[in-house]
Design a protein around this ligand. Structure first.
Ligand code: ZN
Length: 255
């Protein structure tokens, strides 16, 4: 039987990028383009006058994903914001997602389908007895969505509307990510990496007391990963979250 991955590759890799930073435009995208790799960029379309660079990214073959407008997360983060998941309703979350989608469709009508990414990887509203998942809302609007988790995605068993992913920290090295990518081949699964900030120069120094993202990821180290993925494309299929999920959906139907 054919494998679930394009060209009968042994596994799949997606490179995803959250929150639409300038450093992604300046550092990560030129490296992806140099190696002919396509990434998924989950942006928050707040100020529509600033989105033109992302339109060009989308026209260049990368996926522009939906990451909501308001980026609502748990109140436990104690951010200086009135909105949080514990006091939001499913209707409010859906309205935010749908408005983000309307703006993205307007920005990039050439790319009518996209995947979703849960802000802060959190997929619920309310708390305790009243806590409810908003995954079903997302499943109504998108072919797939990315969360987080420890295990790579099994093509048959993973929930396409809460895909697991591995969050990349600034102190990690290109070799670490290549070794992680290798497990997609060994396990015949789909690994989604999550990147946030980028910086030129070497990797950040690991700081156990640092922030969650622990510094921006090094462009030099990112280049090593892209070089590895480009050189191993005959066995590891690297593509957007949308393209891999659509392929998996079709493969499941063929079984
Ligand atoms: Zn985010």
């Amino acid at each position: 039987m054919d494998t679930p991955w394009l060209n009968n590759c042994n596994g799949a890799i997606s490179l995803s990028f959250d929150d639409g930073s300038q450093a992604q435009l300046d550092i990560a995208i030129p490296i992806l383009d140099e190696f002919g790799l396509h990434g998924t960029f989950y942006i928050n379309p707040r100020d529509t006058s600033n989105l033109e660079p992302w339109r060009r990214v989308g026209l260049n073959g990368h996926e522009i994903g939906n990451h909501t407008i308001q980026h609502i997360c748990t109140q436990n983060f104690n951010w200086d914001t009135k909105k949080n998941l514990e006091t939001s309703t499913l209707d409010e979350i859906e309205a935010d997602v749908v408005e983000a989608e309307r703006r993205l469709q307007k920005l990039l009508p050439e790319q009518p389908d996209r995947t979703f990414c849960y802000p802060c990887y959190q997929n619920y509203v309310g708390q305790g007895l009243n806590r409810q998942s908003y995954v079903p809302i997302i499943a109504k609007h998108f072919p797939a969505a990315r969360g987080t988790g420890e295990t790579a995605n099994h093509p048959l068993l993973t929930d396409l509307h809460y895909l697991t992913s591995w969050v990349v920290a600034g102190w990690m090295k290109g070799e670490d990510l290549c070794a992680a990518a290798e497990t997609a081949d060994n396990q015949q699964r789909w690994i989604i990496f999550v990147f946030h900030g980028f910086q030129n120069g070497p990797a950040s120094v690991w700081n156990p007391a640092g922030t969650y993202h622990a510094g921006a990821f090094s462009g030099n180290e990112f280049r090593k990963l892209c070089d590895f993925l480009a050189n191993n494309r005959h066995r590891l299929w690297t593509d957007t979250v949308l393209n891999v999920s659509q392929h998996v959906i079709n493969w499941r139907k063929s079984l």
